[in-house]
Design a protein around this ligand. Structure first.
Ligand code: NAX
Length: 326
């Protein structure tokens, strides 16, 4: 039998945490034969709620769950961590400006980056930042962890990717697994660029199924970009189960591979396609042997280049707003 892996989750008693913990504990992220220890971080005022969640986890009698740590100390939560899902973040409060939101989160993620650096299992660690602004939070955490390879930090755009697949499946009447070579470029925000220019369906170019540039520009792209807001309007709360599902997909694929298929991940930019080196930027990636690689050699048309630049500039401006903390 395998030794347990340590999975740290911040914001563990929040809405996404409540959807995430049970699926991780049941083996959906790391496999049905992989024992795990959950290491949950929460704010002091949420520790009581976390205790309740932990009681429910006990009550599921998950065979793979070998322990639950409940703490408000990042050093304890990240001790020996093999995986870290950074979900907890400061939400935008009324009247708060964008710069203030970036700053408040930069404080949280710089502290967590340091705690990861000092406590996590640096050689195996995989970090996924879910808490918004996810890409810039990943940048700050990574910069504050000088002894960890920056490629071990990632930001979540898999929910955006999955949203795009669902829209395309609906439009074409095909299954989501028939759709390949779709990707999200850039920031997890309304400037993200969901790109179908390379997409195939059942192996043939998507234009054989959807040949409607107006639908792509005026319907598909804004629907994917604005999906988070549409969920809030309908549900009265932000996406939680779908976000947790995407986080599981991201970590599972990073670990076990994508069989040559593209997925989207916010990763450390090596300068590919002109995305400034060092930004955490969503690219099409292929995962293999426990690593990911940015898909190379794609041609971006003029429309794609414009969209790419908008989201790239937004990420640069986010970095600029918190540069004093880097
Ligand atoms: P909730 O407010 O329900 O839960 C957040 C939890 O984090 C709370 O329990 C809070 O006590 C805790 N927390 C806050 N600061 C913390 C800190 N410094 N250390 C440890 N815990 C802390 O939010 P939820 O709906 O779960 O969303 C969590 C984050 O995910 C938000 O930032 C949200 O914007 C972001 N999202 C990101 C998505 C993505 O695709 N990247 C999609 C879904 C989601 O909107």
């Amino acid at each position: 039998t395998k030794a347990p892996l340590r999975v740290a989750i911040t914001g563990a008693s929040g809405q996404i945490g409540y959807q995430l913990l049970f699926r991780i504990a049941s083996g959906e992220m790391l496999g049905k034969d992989q024992p795990i220890i959950l290491q949950c971080l929460e704010l002091p005022q949420a520790l009581n709620a976390l205790k309740g969640v932990s009681m429910e986890l006990d009550d599921c009698a998950f065979p793979l769950l070998k322990g639950i740590v409940q703490t408000d100390d990042p050093n304890r939560a990240f001790a020996g961590a093999d995986y870290a899902l950074l979900v907890g973040a400061k939400p935008r409060s009324k009247g708060m400006e964008r710069g203030q939101l970036l700053e408040a989160n930069a404080q949280i993620f710089s502290a967590q980056g340091k705690a990861l650096n000092n406590n996590a299992n640096r050689d195996t660690l995989r970090v996924l930042v879910v808490g918004n602004p996810a890409n810039t939070n990943a940048l700050i955490a990574a910069r504050n962890a000088p002894n960890i390879d920056p490629k071990r930090f990632t930001a979540m755009t898999r929910l955006d990717h999955n949203r795009g697949l669902a829209q395309l499946a609906d439009k074409t009447g095909c299954g989501v697994t028939d759709i390949q070579k779709f990707c999200i470029w850039g920031n997890h925000s309304a400037t993200q660029y969901p790109d179908i220019t390379h997409t195939t369906i059942k192996g043939s170019p998507i234009k054989n199924y959807v040949d409607d540039a107006v639908w792509v520009k005026d319907n598909f792209i804004p629907t994917v970009q604005q999906r988070g807001a549409a969920i809030i309007n309908a549900r009265g709360a932000s996406s939680a189960a779908s976000a947790a599902s995407a986080a599981i997909d991201h970590m599972r694929d990073w670990t076990f591979g994508t069989n040559g298929q593209w997925q989207s991940m916010g990763v450390y930019s090596d300068g590919s396609y002109g995305a400034d080196k060092g930004l955490y930027f969503s690219f099409p990636v292929i995962c293999k042997n426990g690593n990911y690689e940015i898909v190379q050699g794609l041609q971006l048309d003029a429309f794609s280049k414009d969209r790419f630049d908008v989201t790239r500039k937004e990420l640069l401006s986010e970095m600029d707003a918190i540069k004093h903390l880097l």
